[in-house]
Design a protein around this ligand. Structure first.
Ligand SMILES: *Cc1c(COP(=O)(O)O)cnc(C)c1O
Length: 229
């Protein structure tokens, strides 16, 4: 049995320690990735002080939001986006980390309620050599960032990536560095960005060394994911 409050505390301590080792003075936000976890588990994490949650499946997330509407939770969508789900995502989330096509960005922009603040978005980058399907090619990044900036109901905050899994810390850092460098280049080009969403349970230490401002952690908080809710 994972004691969620203990895991959260241990991870926060590790984030803090790594931040000092990496000579960082800026904040690093812990996003609890709660896909496949029950609303009761999220509530347990919430009561332990965790207020930002990341979800991958829209319907599952909306059902949990309904059960947790008495909690002041910041909701982040981090999964692949189908175009028929963009309206639900735009209306039910504060952040979307996985924007990788203009068509999707435009649909999110159109569906965002004008009464809500702009939807915070990150561009998902393809950082691995392997031809993974998700993520923007780094060479087209500036063009895509400009296109997103032209959409009034989206606010471009930064970049996100899911690298190829590896246990090798040096390899983890090398993959994250590609994204960190792309992030810094965009900022030098004048884009106002503050978010580098990199790092999961097995590689967040490497990610913090390479500048992560949000780490997305699931199994290290909640234990292994149940296959079905
Ligand atoms: C599931 C998931 C995570 C969390 O993965 P863990 O290894 O459980 O920490 C982070 N980011 C994305 C996009 C995910 O789908």
């Amino acid at each position: 049995m994972t004691i969620i409050s203990d895991s959260l505390q241990a991870i926060q301590a590790n984030i803090h320690q790594t931040r000092i080792l990496a000579n960082r003075v800026d904040d690093i936000k812990l996003l609890a990735v709660s896909k496949a976890q029950t609303a009761a588990k999220l509530r347990e994490a919430y009561l332990a002080g965790q207020h930002a949650f990341g979800e991958n499946y829209v319907q599952e997330a909306v059902a949990k939001q309904e059960q947790l509407k008495d909690c002041a939770i910041e909701w982040h969508f981090i999964g692949p986006i189908q175009s028929n789900k963009t309206a639900l995502i735009a209306q039910h989330f504060d952040w979307v980390h996985s924007v990788d096509r203009l068509k999707i960005a435009k649909r999110l922009n159109e569906a965002r309620l004008k009464s809500l603040p702009p939807l915070n978005v990150c561009i998902q980058i393809n950082s691995s050599e392997e031809d993974s399907k998700s993520g923007v090619d780094i060479n087209f990044l500036a063009t895509f960032a400009k296109e997103i900036n032209a959409l009034p109901h989206l606010k471009l905050r930064g970049l996100m990536t899911i690298p190829a899994p590896t246990k090798d810390l040096a390899k983890q850092r090398a993959q994250f560095k590609i994204v960190g460098d792309a992030f810094n280049t965009l900022k030098q080009q004048g884009f106002e960005l503050d978010t580098l969403s990199i790092g999961m349970s097995d590689d967040y230490v490497a990610a913090i060394h390479e500048g992560a401002t949000i780490v997305r952690i699931g199994s290290a908080i909640f234990g292994a994911r149940p296959s079905k809710l």
